[in-house]
Design a protein around this ligand. Structure first.
Ligand code: ADP
Length: 541
């Protein structure tokens, strides 16, 4: 049979048009300095059309890459829509990466134009001599600061002022490239992932489903996850599609800034990595805020410790929505949400389930394979490497021969070691490179970390493998005490706390106290830095 349904391309343009027609009054708010800048979807979409005209004047053509070097703010959102809808490719750069990696990424992506936040200008000026592909810089403000070494350079507002507010959006194909992001490259150079219009369209529906985050027009979402980290997990696209209010924190990411913003703007949903919310939780021990507008905190990118999920719920009545995803997956994979018949389970069991990474959302298929390449059973015990496939999962890395290792037989190999229980909930045991191989056994560093972070006097903890003459590797716990307990917390306290849950084989051989756990460019624990630091560490006999 043929011709049953319309041949309708899933492109982003009608989603933006929807916001323009249906939600012109809805607001977009950005924290800028001490104040807030606010405007509406009517203004936003008009400025998007002006921006597309300006980009065309600058010579941007279909398929060209347009890079951004910016915090989460409204101008960045305008680029999110103008660039893909005119047929070019948005490329947000991770502004926390070292210069040599940024230069590599810009060259590899062949970025033609670079938009930069005024506050980040010095970093780009330093880098500019190495950015050979970039033909034009645009400062995302009213004027070009005097004395800048960037050239040629324009001011964002000048470009918009001189551009028409009407733009004839082209008809695009759903498989056209809309955006790209690079993984943070823990080994070797970062790898690029190109997202199609279709992937972002379907992913926007995916994060709006009731059983994922149920994002809707009634929400006010604050993406704390940077717009360069997997497109702020797709939230700016979905919010615009739905006409949801967006609250951008700009560069203001301290726990107090976030608490104030949630309170002032009645934020209903937030999204970000666990370290942010650990910080906020700590603040809430001593300062009071009215966070009652919050219906959920989307936490992913690294494991949300069960103790954190529990503390938010019990002490503050706030719900953590634990999710797992990857750059290669636009990023949503699984969400940990209790099934209807799990709601009546005893409290401890409910929290144990919610601390897992959850079940695959519709659109994502999963399986996990053991070392011999056999699919593991869903018994919650067997370990295997998670593989995924679906319409918003990449089929290769961008121009990268490393693709062959990760994309095989139509599945993407995630590099995450998991168990899958009989209800289909995955639990990330570890990243394959973090798991501690002790004798024939695998010890989950994440499991130990979460248990240590449940200690009331601990702020953060990371567990790494240290070489051992007999066992090959043994766990070393690197612990950051809360400020009041720096002088008093001991190794014995930690081990005693752990021995309630773990057998001797799993207990760390040693505990060291450190000032802070090093973080990656997207705020995750950077264990490769710790591993290097403790490379020659002598464990006690
Ligand atoms: P990077 O490699 O730069 O960290 P991603 O943000 O794409 O880039 O990281 C994806 C990885 O983050 C996953 O493979 C997984 O190891 C980890 N991760 C993401 N969400 C979770 C989660 N909820 N729990 C545990 N690990 C997670």
């Amino acid at each position: 049979m043929q011709g049953l349904m319309m041949d309708y391309q899933l492109t982003l343009t009608p989603l933006m048009e929807r916001a323009r027609r249906l939600f012109p009054k809805k607001e977009i708010v950005t924290k800028a300095g001490p104040g807030l800048e606010r405007y509406t979807y009517a203004q936003m979409t008009e400025r998007v059309a002006r921006l597309a005209n300006a980009l065309e004047k600058l010579g941007v053509k279909r398929g060209d890459r347009v890079a951004t070097f910016a915090w989460n703010n409204a101008r960045h959102l305008e680029l999110y829509w103008a660039v893909p809808c005119m047929g070019a490719v948005l490329h947000p750069l991770n502004l926390r990466l070292p210069g040599d990696q940024l230069a590599y990424i810009v060259a590899h992506a062949d970025d033609q134009i670079l938009f930069v936040d005024p506050s980040l200008l010095p970093a780009v000026e330093k880098l500019a001599p190495h950015l050979k592909s970039v033909k034009h810089f645009v400062v995302m403000g009213d004027k070009v600061p005097e004395g800048t070494t960037l050239s040629p350079v324009s001011a964002y507002e000048d470009l918009l002022k001189n551009a028409s507010p009407e733009y004839p959006w082209p008809n695009l194909h759903e498989n056209d490239a809309a955006a790209m992001c690079y993984t943070s490259g823990t080994t070797g150079n970062p790898k690029g992932v190109v997202y199609s219009h279709r992937a972002i369209y379907l992913h926007s529906l995916g994060i709006s489903m009731g059983d994922s985050f149920g994002l809707s027009e009634r929400d006010a979402l604050m993406p704390v996850v940077p717009m360069f980290h997997v497109l702020a997990w797709g939230t700016p696209f979905a919010c615009t599609m739905l006409g949801a209010k967006i609250v951008f924190p700009g560069p203001h990411l301290q726990p107090r800034d976030l608490a104030e913003l949630i309170q002032a703007e009645k934020v209903t949903l937030t999204a970000g990595v666990p370290t942010l919310w650990m910080g906020l939780l700590h603040l809430l021990e001593t300062e009071r805020y009215d966070l009652s507008s919050l219906r959920g905190m989307i936490v992913g990118g690294a494991a949300a410790p069960r103790s954190m999920i529990e503390a938010y719920e019990k002490k503050h009545g706030l719900t953590v929505m634990h999710a797992w995803g990857m750059t290669e997956m636009t990023p949503l994979g699984t969400v940990s949400r209790l099934k209807s018949y799990q709601l009546d389970l005893p409290e401890a069991e409910r929290f144990a389930i919610r601390a897992k990474q959850g079940t695959a959302v519709p659109g994502v298929e999963i399986r996990a394979m053991d070392e011999s390449g056999k699919e593991i059973s869903w018994d919650g015990k067997a370990f295997g490497e998670l593989q995924v496939r679906g319409p918003w999962i990449a089929s290769s890395y961008y121009n990268d021969e490393r693709s062959a290792d990760s994309f095989k037989d139509g599945w993407f190999r995630t590099g995450d070691v998991v168990t899958i229980d009989s209800e289909g909930f995955i639990m990330i045991v570890d990243r394959s490179k973090d798991v501690i191989k002790s004798g024939g056994e695998w010890i989950s560093s994440q499991d130990l970390e979460n248990a240590i972070m449940a200690h009331p006097q601990v702020l953060e903890a990371a567990v790494i493998a240290v070489a051992h003459p007999k066992w090959q590797e043994r766990p070393l716990a690197c612990v950051v005490p809360k400020p009041d307990f720096k002088a008093t917390l001991t190794k014995e306290d930690i081990l005693k706390h752990l021995s309630a849950r773990f057998t001797k084989m799993y207990l760390p051989d040693d505990v060291v106290f450190i000032e802070a756990v090093p973080k990656t460019s997207v705020g995750k624990f950077d264990k490769k830095v710790l591993r290097a630091q403790f490379k020659d560490y002598k464990l006690p006999e």
